[in-house]
Write a protein that binds this ligand. Structure first.
Ligand SMILES: *Cc1c(COP(=O)(O)O)cnc(C)c1O
Length: 322
C-alpha cells in the first residue's frame, strides 16, 4: 500500500551533480556552471534594491524582463514566459502537453531531467538513440511519431553536439506535436534557433544559469507562439519568479558585453582543455557548449573521477554505454 500515484512510486527523481558546500577551492566542472562572475551591474542592483520590494507580491509575468527579452530577440512580450530556471519551464511544458500514457520523445544521450518530467506525468519517455557521432539520427521523426512533445537539446548535454537551425526547422515542419528546443548552452555555440520560435509549433528554452553566470539566481525563459505561451501561463504558479530575480535578471540581460566576454574566454579555454585532453589520450568530443565530454584512455572512468576528486577537481561521471 502506498499513498503515491503508481508512476511516482515507480520513478527515480533527477540526480543533480554534487554541490559541495563551502569548498571554495575546488575546481568545479561537474554541473556546467560558469567559472566567471556575473556582470557587476547585477551586484550593483542587488545593493541598491529597496527591501520594501519584498513586502508585496512580484509582477506575476515579470514584464520588466519580458520587455528586455522582446527587444533582444525581436519578438513580442506575449511570445515570452519567464520561470524559476528553465527546468521549471520544461516542467510546465510537460504538464501542459503530456498526459498519462502520452509520449514524450527525445534523442539520447541527453539531459537526464527529460525522462523524469515524463514519469511525473505518467507519460511514456521515448528515447531515440543519436547517430554514432551524436548528431540526430535518421529515424528520429519516425520514432517520435505520435509523441506530444519532442525535446531537442542543442547544444546537447552531455555531448556538446549542436544541431543546425535548418535541421530543426525541417523537424518543426514535419513533427505534429510541440518541438521543444532546449538552448541552455546556445551562447557558447555558433548559432541558435530562436527565429523558429514565432513561426511554428516550437518553444525555445533559455536560461541565465550558464552563459550569464547566474545558476544560483534561478531564472529562465521560454519563447514561442502566443497560443503556446498562453497555455503554459495557465499551468504556472501565479508568482513563479521572485521580485529580486526580476531585478537581477534584467540587470544581467542588459549587460550583453559582459556575458559575451565570458563566453569568449570559455570558448578559448574549451579549446585548450580539449587539446590537453587529446594529448593525454582522452577521446574528447568537439563541443559547442561550456563543457567537454571525454572518454578516458583506459576505460576506467570511475577511477579517474575519484582521483580527480582527491585533488579537488570535480567532474561529472557517467558509467553508461557510449
Ligand atoms: C542547465 C540546464 C538547464 C536549465 O537550467 P536552469 O538552471 O533550470 O535554468 C536546462 N537544460 C539543460 C540541458 C541544462 O544543462
Amino acid at each position: 500500500m502506498t499513498y503515491f500515484r503508481k508512476n511516482i512510486e515507480a520513478m527515480t527523481g533527477y540526480t543533480p551533480g554534487e554541490q559541495p558546500q563551502g569548498d571554495s577551492g575546488a575546481v568545479k566542472l561537474n554541473t556546467n556552471e560558469n567559472p566567471y562572475p556575473p556582470s557587476p551591474r547585477v551586484l550593483e542592483v542587488l545593493r541598491r534594491t529597496d527591501w520594501s520590494l519584498l513586502r508585496k507580491y512580484p509582477d506575476p509575468m515579470a514584464n520588466k524582463v519580458r520587455d528586455i527579452l522582446a527587444r533582444m530577440h525581436g519578438v513580442r512580450r506575449d511570445n515570452i514566459l519567464c520561470g524559476n530556471g528553465s527546468d521549471e519551464l520544461l516542467g510546465l511544458a510537460a504538464r501542459a502537453f503530456c498526459g498519462e500514457r502520452d509520449s514524450l520523445a527525445y534523442p539520447v544521450p541527453t539531459y537526464s531531467l527529460y525522462p523524469v518530467l515524463a514519469w511525473i506525468q505518467g507519460a511514456e519517455p521515448v528515447e531515440i538513440e543519436r547517430a554514432p557521432d551524436f548528431s540526430l539520427p535518421g529515424n528520429l521523426l519516425d520514432r517520435a511519431k505520435g509523441a506530444r512533445m519532442l525535446i531537442i537539446c542543442s547544444p546537447n548535454a552531455p555531448t556538446g553536439t549542436w544541431t543546425p537551425p535548418e535541421v530543426l526547422e525541417s523537424l518543426a515542419d514535419q513533427f505534429k506535436g510541440v518541438l521543444a528546443i532546449d538552448e541552455a548552452y546556445v551562447n557558447f555555440a555558433r548559432g541558435d534557433a530562436m527565429r523558429l520560435a514565432e513561426r511554428y509549433n516550437v518553444l525555445v528554452f533559455r536560461t541565465l544559469s550558464k552563459s550569464y553566470s547566474l545558476a544560483g539566481l534561478r531564472f529562465g525563459y521560454v519563447v514561442g507562439p502566443e497560443a503556446l505561451i498562453l497555455g503554459l501561463r495557465k499551468v504556472k504558479d501565479s508568482y513563479n519568479v521572485d521580485a529580486i530575480s526580476i531585478e537581477l535578471a534584467a540587470a544581467a540581460l542588459e549587460d550583453q558585453a559582459w556575458m559575451q566576454a565570458n563566453v569568449e574566454k570559455i570558448r578559448s579555454e574549451r579549446a585548450r582543455l580539449s587539446e590537453g585532453l587529446a594529448r593525454l589520450g582522452f577521446a574528447a568530443l568537439p563541443s559547442e557548449a561550456n563543457f567537454v565530454l571525454a572518454a578516458v584512455p583506459d576505460g576506467d572512468a570511475g577511477r579517474w573521477h575519484e582521483a580527480l576528486k582527491a585533488r579537488r577537481i570535480l567532474v561529472r561521471y557517467w558509467n553508461r554505454p557510449r
